[in-house]
Ligand binder design. Structure first.
Ligand code: ATR
Length: 286
């Protein structure tokens, strides 16, 4: 049994609600495995109390923070510094405290890229990506692709105006590499055919008993790698269909683990054992 002391470094997760979060399980497991005197502590906080709670916590023995829904945007106003990628994304999920100054990062997109690299050996530069959905997760992923010299980033969303807005932002703030695909149909095949990776960032497939799929299976082809950010269930209908077509696949657990690994490095300066992180999450999910 591990008992925190006055020397224990804290890493705080700020969000609301946090009952569904696997981050404490993942990080505390690694701290214990590496014999590090750190403790990851989830703190549910309302938007109203965020400034006071954050100010108080930064005066404690805290190495850093994770920030999740619904505070990823509003936390920015409370920080001393922001990393350039997090600044264009406009959302922060990781904070470090160095010499008393808070600095915000966004490891969601970086985590996704690392998962593609580690699990499928796919690097970003020069590759084309097709993203379904335009919510917060898609925004971080698409902007990180653009930031890391992707060829083209195609954005396709049920509400087209959101895809248009994100496309314009990427093209203006990062590089002119984004393009809207108006609808998920046979018409999008020419764009999809130029892509190495299809990413589902919609919530379609998120409910374990759900039978929906965000794209017609007939549009998939063997050379396409298919990634789903959903990790519960691990095998969504989309990933099952992709596997059936002969595509290489990556599930949302990879993104969860690698965004955590990037944050872990920022707080501690140590590269965590991702194999341990996958193992404890798979166990914890049973
Ligand atoms: P996250 O932060 O995880 O990205 P989000 O911001 O709520 O979550 O975004 C959810 C995404 O899933 C959106 O792109 C949403 O499309 P809309 O912008 O049109 O709402 C998409 N989505 C949700 N349900 C969908 C459905 N049944 N069919 C297609 N897209 C859906």
């Amino acid at each position: 049994m591990y008992y925190p002391s006055i020397h224990t470094k804290l890493v705080i997760l700020l969000g609301n609600p946090l009952g569904h979060s696997y981050s404490a399980l993942m990080h505390n497991h690694v701290f214990e495995k590496l014999n590090m005197d750190y403790c990851y502590w989830p703190v549910e906080v309302s938007a109203e109390n965020l400034p006071t709670v954050f100010a108080g916590l930064t005066r404690m023995n805290v190495a850093g923070f994770n920030v999740t829904i619904p505070h990823k945007v509003r936390i920015i106003a409370l920080l001393d510094e922001i990393d350039p990628l997090a600044s264009v994304i406009g959302a922060v999920n990781t904070i470090c405290i160095k010499e008393g100054r808070t600095r915000g990062y966004n490891t969601d997109g970086e985590g996704f890229l690392k998962a593609l690299e580690a699990e499928l050996d796919i690097s970003t530069a020069g590759k084309n990506f097709f993203i379904l959905g335009c919510g917060g997760a898609a925004r971080a992923i698409a902007m990180t692709f653009a930031f890391h010299d992707a060829g083209k980033v195609f954005l396709c969303n049920r509400t087209i105006s959101k895809a248009e807005k994100l496309t314009a932002e990427i093209n203006e703030k990062i590089r002119p590499c984004a393009e809207v695909v108006p609808q998920i149909s046979a018409e999008m095949t020419p764009a999809l055919r130029t892509c190495q990776v299809l990413v589902n960032s919609t919530s379609v497939g998120m409910h374990p008993d759900e039978d929906r799929i965000p794209i017609d299976e007939a549009l998939l082809f063997q050379e396409l790698a298919v990634a789903d950010i959903v990790y519960n269930p691990l095998m969504t209908r989309l990933l099952q269909a992709a596997q059936h077509t002969g595509c290489r696949i990556v599930n949302g657990l990879g993104m969860l683990v690698y965004q955590g690994a990037e944050a872990f490095k920022l707080w501690t300066g140590i590269t965590p054992p991702v194999r341990e992180m996958f193992a404890v999450l798979r166990e914890g999910k049973k």
